[in-house]
Write a protein that binds this ligand. Structure first.
Ligand code: AHG
Ligand code: MN
Ligand code: MN
Length: 328
């Protein structure tokens, strides 16, 4: 017996119909999923084809290797352009704002390949994106949108074939890629309440460089939870969504070499932190920065702005937020 699965597009069509939404978003999502699949394919065969080396290397076909993140950027831009629905895009791989179509309806903020230290090993990386809508009533006032204004945000964990999408006020859903390269089997994701499965995820090598209050919280709480760290936000966050707990990338403020401090945090607000914060909110969780401010409330001042990030189960994030809000 063949087991037929509901496809992502069918799920989305029904969703749009149920909420009385336009077809424009469908066209945009089709473009993003096409990019996700293309990047997946390119990465999956990357080791075999010698594509995972550094830029300037020569691969087995005698072609000069282009950096994987640059390839993923170009793949994504191609599909965003052909959708005709994007006014501006912001990519981690491009310094400026990318103007695409003045008639477009959406802003797309994306990191085409996140977790670069995993690339030479062919281990999981992420393709993260957030979508906001332009001001349709009057002249557009800029592309810098806070996460709370996103209408959707998602991530592909490549090459594992999983795709997660948060839809504004409609929940977070996960899909798996099938034999025909369709994403199928929508499953609503809700962060589990039971702390038994919760995990903590942070770069443990950095722990003594965190603010003293964060170090103290870790010392007092770490033994209650399992610890996992892959080094690619999408992969680490994917585990968390299913098991619960907290991923954090705190500010680095006590590095023995003060030049290596990162008081503003490492991760990027618009296409990393806000994406997982949005997905997490739609799954019942929350996210804050180093001052305990909700990530989704932060109004970006520049498109590559960084932030510290604490994201995951509401109870845990609230706990650390109350520590962060108290002055040291
Ligand atoms: P990049 O955008 O440079 O690939 O950074 C990856 C991010 C994120 O995916 C990951 O969670 C974090 O940086 C890992 O950083 P560390 O190597 O400092 O732990
Ligand atoms: Mn990144
Ligand atoms: Mn990147």
């Amino acid at each position: 017996m063949i087991r037929f699965e509901q496809t992502f597009m069918n799920f989305l069509l029904q969703h749009q119909e149920k909420h009385g939404r336009t077809y424009h978003f469908l066209i945009l999502m089709d473009a993003i999923v096409s990019a996700g699949k293309y990047i997946q394919h390119y990465y999956l065969t990357g080791a075999l084809k010698g594509r995972l080396g550094s830029a300037g290397d020569v691969n087995v076909q005698g072609e000069e290797v282009m950096q994987m993140d640059q390839i993923a950027h170009e793949i994504t831009l191609h599909y965003l352009k052909t959708s005709g629905r994007v006014i501006h895009a912001v990519s981690e791989e491009s310094d400026g704002i990318i103007e695409i179509n003045p008639e477009g309806r959406y802003f797309v903020y994306f990191d085409p390949m996140d977790g670069s230290s995993n690339i030479p090993h062919g281990l999981p990386i992420g393709f993260l994106f957030g979508i906001a809508k332009r001001n349709l009533e009057g002249p557009e006032d800029g592309h810098l949108r806070a996460g709370k204004e996103y209408i959707a945000a998602g991530m592909f964990v490549i090459p594992t074939g999983t795709f997660t999408l948060g839809l504004k006020e409609a929940g977070t859903y996960q899909f798996h890629i099938d034999e025909t390269m369709n994403f199928v089997r929508p499953r609503r994701v809700v962060l589990p309440d039971d702390p038994k499965t919760w995990e903590l995820s942070f770069n443990a090598a950095n722990r003594h460089t965190y603010d003293e209050r964060v170090q103290k919280w870790i010392e007092e709480n770490e033994s209650r939870y399992a610890f996992r760290y892959l080094g690619a936000l999408a992969g680490d966050f994917h585990r968390l969504l299913n098991n619960g707990g907290m991923f954090m990338y705190p500010a680095i403020v006590n590095h023995p070499n003060p030049k290596k401090n990162r008081p503003e945090g490492k991760l990027r607000l618009m296409y990393e932190a806000s994406v997982v914060a949005f997905i997490s909110r739609e799954a019942g969780g929350m996210a804050v920065d180093e001052t305990g401010t909700p990530i989704l409330d932060i109004q970006p001042k520049k498109h590559h702005q960084r932030t510290a990030l604490y994201v995951g189960s509401k109870k845990l994030v609230e706990e650390i937020a109350s520590v962060l809000r108290k002055s040291s």
